[in-house]
Design a protein. Structure first.
Length: 258
């Protein structure tokens, strides 16, 4: 069984499981899994694990992430993103870049966030989005999340562009909804691009098409990424990674889990 860690630059449109299926068709019988889904409309870093590398799944699910987000002011939707139905509209007040930046900085730190109904979180074994599609609203307990950095980029009314570096479990759509409220209006998430997952970035990524065009090269890079992950960013030779095998994975999981 071949082990590899593929860093995919997901394009808007397909689901994360669509990408898994595409790669599965390329690699045949090798086990494939991902380490945190991206919504269909979102793009960016999607890490796929193959073979023994799937044992890294929990560690990478727990890793910090960063995103480039665009929020649209003036309309809220039932899904809190652009794919949903507009359920409320409000005027957008006159806003300056400094005012928006101050509000964004106010989110930094630890706070409690309630998972949105349109999310993959499970309640009693059922995905919340499955309930939401049936117009069933259930009570969700807030979870503690950490926003390490909120960087304002620009304001092109009614769109706010910013970068966020956050802990696992942070819902950027909920952040967009809260941002609108703090600015005296309503809002929804218009665009989302994941920039990093743990130590892996867009610079490490390639599309499914580039992977398919050079599968042997992709496996070489994927094994290098796997070795890199097992070593938690420390240089580890390929022979050492193979020799330590699963024990190395356990060490890595303990070293970055929160």
């Amino acid at each position: 069984m071949r082990e590899a860690l593929f860093v995919i630059d997901k394009i808007p449109g397909p689901t994360s499981f669509d990408v898994v299926r595409q790669v599965k068709r390329l690699v045949g019988d090798t086990k494939v899994g991902h380490t945190g889904s991206l919504d269909p409309f979102a793009s960016g870093v999607l890490i796929l694990l193959l073979g023994r590398a799937t044992k890294l799944s929990n560690a990478l699910l727990n890793a910090d992430k960063s995103y480039l987000a665009t929020v649209k002011l003036g309309d809220s939707t039932d899904s809190m993103d652009r794919t949903g139905r507009v359920d409320k509209s409000m005027p957008v007040p006159e806003l300056t870049a400094s005012e928006i930046e101050k509000v964004l900085k106010g989110f930094e730190g630890e706070w409690l966030q309630t998972p949105p109904m349109y999310s993959a979180k499970k309640i009693h074994g059922v995905r919340l989005y499955s309930l939401a599609r049936q117009n069933i609203n259930v009570r969700r307990l807030p979870i503690a999340v950490q926003l390490y950095r909120m960087d304002f980029l620009k304001y092109e009314a009614p769109f706010i562009h910013f970068e966020v570096h956050c802990s696992k479990g942070t819902y950027i759509r909920s952040l967009a909804d809260d941002l609108g409220k703090r600015l005296g209006t309503v809002a929804h998430l218009h665009e989302l691009r994941r920039l990093t997952c743990g130590e892996f970035t867009l610079a490490d990524s390639g599309t499914v098409e580039t992977l398919a065009a050079d599968l042997p090269g992709a496996f070489d890079r994927g094994f290098h990424n796997y070795v890199r992950a097992v070593g938690n960013g420390r240089p580890v030779c390929a022979s050492s990674a193979k020799a330590f095998g699963e024990a190395s994975v356990v060490i890595y999981e303990c070293s970055i889990a929160r």
